[in-house]
Design a binder for this molecule. Structure first.
Ligand SMILES: Nc1ncnc2c1ncn2[C@@H]1O[C@H](COP(=O)(O)OP(=O)(O)O)[C@@H](O)[C@H]1O
Ligand SMILES: [Mg+2]
Length: 298
């Protein structure tokens, strides 16, 4: 199946993140989610069919869902409403692109955790804390926390890993007022979205938000509550005390472990069946969350 690994619209070279191609239009950005997949922070050689479309449509769903609660960067996801030359590039862009307000990104990743997994579980086992926040004794792996915890992280340079920091360090980086705001808003959104996801049979275990400043206001930017930025677990299979099946990259991670993948890179070619099964997982996540059938031209 076709994948979009890189775009070059009308000869323009975008800047590229792990997943997105970003065209700078002055006070706006045109963000294109490609089908690139990264695992262990390494970009793989081939893509996951439809992944960029699924990610864009899930973010779009949440931006609508959260519209009354928070100001965000999305202007439009309709290609016809994009400026020239982008509005003429439907073939590359439809379903996978957003015109957004350009912001000055705050230099912290705003992670909220409702369950004890990943680096949170690791830290808890050694210190009974996550990002310095004290937790009750005796919690099990993947157990639900008494309440969601804001656990910020620094933004790593390309190829590096994010590092967890305490709230005080977050204050030092972005200032007290901004830190309080993004902490409170991130938790509020996490709770609202988590409740909704649960009603669809999906546990939102944790997620990462990014915030930025545009027109002197702090707004929600980047992707929102997608399988790439969140841990989603199927609720019917959930049990604390062990690892959970994740919705998205499990097949990829398992495959990479099975070939003793060198996490310092470069990325490898994922076998077709791994790519196809991963694509189906992303699509399942979209369909469960939104209640809509996925059918965006691929
Ligand atoms: N509205 C915005 N203004 C400025 N930067 C943004 C905005 N929305 C997202 N970004 C940035 O665009 C990039 C998205 O590309 P992505 O491939 O996800 O990158 P990464 O590899 O850093 O995750 C991120 O660096 C993110 O901070
Ligand atoms: Mg990203």
């Amino acid at each position: 199946m076709d994948t979009v690994l890189q775009t070059a619209i009308a000869g323009k070279q975008p800047s590229r993140g792990k997943v997105r191609d970003i065209y700078d239009l002055g006070d706006k950005l045109l963000i294109v989610a490609t089908d690139r997949i990264s695992a262990f922070d390494v970009i793989m050689a081939n893509g996951i069919p439809c992944k960029g479309i699924v990610l864009t449509q899930i973010s779009r769903f949440w931006f609508d869902f959260l519209a009354g609660d928070v100001e965000h960067h999305l202007i439009t996801a309709e290609v016809a409403d994009f400026p020239q030359p982008f509005c003429d590039c439907g073939k590359q862009l439809t379903g996978r692109s957003m015109l957004v307000k350009k912001a000055e990104p705050l230099a912290v990743e705003c992670v909220v955790r409702g369950y004890l997994a990943g680096s949170g579980w690791k830290e808890y086992q050694t210190n009974q804390t996550i990002c310095g926040v004290e937790l009750p004794a005796g919690l099990k792996q993947c157990q639900k926390l008494p309440e969601p915890v804001f656990t910020p992280a620094t933004k790593a340079e390309f190829g590096q890993h994010d590092e967890n920091i305490g709230f005080q360090q977050c204050v030092e980086i972005i200032g007290q007022e901004a830190a309080n705001y993004v902490r409170d808003k991130s938790i509020e959104i996490f709770q609202k979205a988590g409740g909704f996801a649960e009603s669809k049979g999906i546990i939102l275990a944790d997620t990462k938000f990014e915030w930025g400043i545009a027109d002197s206001k702090i707004i929600l930017i980047d992707e929102v509550l997608t399988p790439d930025s969140s841990r989603f677990w199927p609720a019917d299979d959930y049990q604390s005390g062990r690892d959970q099946e994740s919705f998205d990259k499990q097949f990829v991670r398992n495959y990479l472990e099975s070939i003793n993948f060198d996490k310092s890179g470069p990325g490898v070619v994922l076998p077709d069946d791994i790519a196809a099964r991963t694509s189906a997982k992303y699509i399942e996540c979209y369909e469960r969350l939104t209640g809509k059938k996925f059918k965006v031209g691929c």
